[in-house]
Each structure stands twice: as structure tokens, then as C-alpha cells.
Ligand binder design. Structure first.
Ligand code: 5GP
Length: 181
């Protein structure tokens, strides 16, 4: 049976690395590509990391009801296209959505079989250091992201599983326990 996994985690927690490692080991899992209005970061590719849309394009998709869920995060819009999820699940692919906690809880309401996994930092101090270490955002953007962390940790109490990302290896192994069960 195919399954839908929703993985959330605070910004800079390293969830991208954990998911990437997991996917290398388990190519039978597919990662959903979301739409976003945020600017492209260096090295990102349209249609691979995200579908980068203008605010108008994003709003039009939302008005046409094309999103399974969408959320505003740190001043930008992010959304998961219904068609993307449906096509993957119809093809029998196990799908991973990497979305914020609000989006994850919305997906759970619509698709109760979805498995919600939260990747937590070993400590808030370490998370802040990782966020700054990326050097991809302005101080203002970092402050916004730090402010959203508390809310995300609060939301994660409703998740099925929490993985503490102490080392990538441990986190991937835990993810395997939950996704391959
Ligand atoms: P970033 O800008 O760092 O790529 O992502 C910021 C946040 O938006 C992350 O928590 C990420 O998981 C979340 N996000 C990415 N795509 C989606 C989406 O389609 N829907 C929702 N609700 N959140 C998303």
C-alpha cells in the first residue's frame, strides 16, 4: 500500500539533509515539489526544488482550488498542488511532503492516513547557530524564522512521530523505522 508521509521541522534543523540521505537509500520514495513565492536561493532550480511563482500566479492557483494545502511562512506563500500528490499516489509511489507544521496538520485533516513526522533540533541554541551558518538570509529573515519556531514546536505535539536530529545517521535510521514499517 502506498503511503503519504509529511515531514516538518524548524528552519535550519537539517531536515533537508536527512530527507536527501533517506531518498538516496530509498529511491522508491518520491519528494513532492511545492510552489512558492519566495526568491530562489543560489543553486536552486525551478521545477526541481520548487516551482517558483509570482504572488499573482500563486493567488490564481489558490483561487482555482489547485492547492491541497497552502500556508504563509516567513512572509512568503508555499503550497502543495493537489494534482502532484494525486498523480504520485495513483502511480503507487510513496510520497514525502516537506512542508510546515500548519500545512502538515491541514493535510492530516484532509487525508487522515497521512503519517506526520517532525524533525526537532537537539537544542534551540544549536538551531540558531545552524540557521546563521547557512548565510543565505538577512538578519530580519532569520529573526522571523526564529519567531516561528515556537509555534512549530507547539504544533508538533499533534504529530505522529518526533525525531531529534542529533546526527544525520541517527535521524535517517529513525525515519526508516517510521516510513518502512
Ligand atoms: P524554505 O524557504 O526554507 O525552503 O521553506 C520554508 C518552510 O516552508 C519550511 O518549513 C518548508 O517545509 C515549508 N514549505 C515548503 N513547501 C511547502 C508547502 O507546499 N506547503 C507548506 N505549508 N509549507 C511548505
Amino acid at each position: 500500500m502506498t503511503k503519504l508521509f509529511v515531514i516538518s521541522g524548524s528552519s535550519g534543523v537539517g531536515k533537508g539533509t536527512v530527507i536527501k540521505e533517506f531518498l538516496l537509500k530509498h529511491p522508491e520514495f518520491r519528494l513532492s515539489i511545492s510552489c512558492t513565492t519566495r526568491g530562489m536561493r543560489e543553486g536552486e532550480i525551478h521545477g526541481q526544488n520548487y516551482f517558483f511563482l509570482s504572488i499573482d500566479e500563486f493567488k490564481n492557483c489558490a483561487e482555482r482550488g489547485e492547492f491541497l494545502e497552502w500556508a504563509e511562512f516567513s512572509g512568503n506563500f508555499y503550497g502543495t498542488k493537489k494534482s502532484f500528490v494525486e498523480e504520485c499516489l495513483e502511480k503507487g509511489e510513496n510520497l514525502i511532503l516537506e512542508i510546515d507544521t500548519k500545512g502538515a496538520l491541514n493535510v492530516k485533516n484532509l487525508m487522515p492516513d497521512a503519517v506526520l513526522i517532525f524533525i526537532a533540533p537537539p537544542s534551540l541554541e544549536e538551531l540558531e547557530a545552524r540557521l546563521r551558518g547557512r548565510h543565505t538570509e538577512t538578519e530580519e529573515a532569520i529573526q522571523k524564522r526564529l519567531a516561528s519556531i515556537k509555534l512549530e514546536i507547539e504544533n508538533s505535539k499533534k504529530f505522529d512521530y518526533v525525531i531529534v536530529n542529533d546526527t544525520v545517521e541517527n535521524a535517517v535510521s529513525k525515519l526508516e523505522d517510521f516510513c518502512l514499517a
